[in-house]
Design a protein around this ligand. Sequence first.
Ligand SMILES: [Cu+2]
Length: 339
Amino acid sequence: MNIPSQIATLLAGIALTLVSLWYGQNHGLLPVAASDEAAQVDALFNMMMTISIGLFILVQGIIVIALIRYRRRDGDETDGPPIHGNIPLEIVWTAIPAVTVLIIAVYSFEIYNAMGGLDPMASHDHGTRIAMDHQMSPSEHNAQTSLIAYDPSQGDIALGLGASPENQNQPVPLTVNVMGLQYAWIFTYPESGLTSGELHIPVGQEVDLKITAQDVLHAFWLPEFRLKQDAIPGRESELRFTPNRVGQYPIVCAELCGAYHGAMGAQLFVHTPEEYQSWVKEQQAVASNDTLDKAVALNSVNRSSSEILAPYAADMGIESKTLEQLHSSHSSDGSPFSR
Ligand SMILES: [Cu+2]
């Protein structure tokens, strides 16, 4: 049987296309997709995978076929034919990759824009604010600013993912501040005043993470959400996204940040809205207990009774002057409360 070479090439081309298309959708390389944004990133990844696997099979296939078909036969001592380039072929194999790369570039830019990459915090002047927000001592602050040559005038350079074009005028339901430091992530919830080592968010509604770092560069990476953003000392970057799948996911630091970089991780919990509300309540209760514990613990340290009582007095509407008077009257008769 002898198939004409054009038909053989055509059949091989069809098979190659089908295999590439199938593999591009079934490579199984990505973890579960847990955000609305993930589908777009995955579509881009799958397209690049399809093209790559097609090119890989094409190039490797031609090499294998050539190795077998044009091998040196026994007793063949002649030279190969003297071939000096082929202009049409060279134009084709330059043009095809050029067009392919251009298509990928336009497509990825399109996705970046759809995810809000072109508009993070565009309407805010946040650059100077951030340096004040950090709870740093003045010396720490000076050391850090000189270290990174922080220029407040560059504060509005947009970093990260902001509002997507269709969410441009929508308020974000939940904002969480994210602080990276050697070697942990700390999450603070400005609305409920909570601080946590875990990130808890409700499913199905947009979240806006304001990310920064305390010491060195870190990178906030959520593999299941297909999101990654640098955490930069003295600068704020943004990640705005919508989780769409309840569960627990890893948060990874993706920037070599020191000796224990590999251990720098946290957990992200996506809850149903009811679960999320009860988590907030629970944390608020724990937080207020903490304050009580601290006050009780301070009791044993050498502090004056008025200092210990001050927070409670304030709660009860007693002025500190009244407390001082009580204190001095006790001291005079040598009570155990005296310093
Ligand atoms: Cu880190």
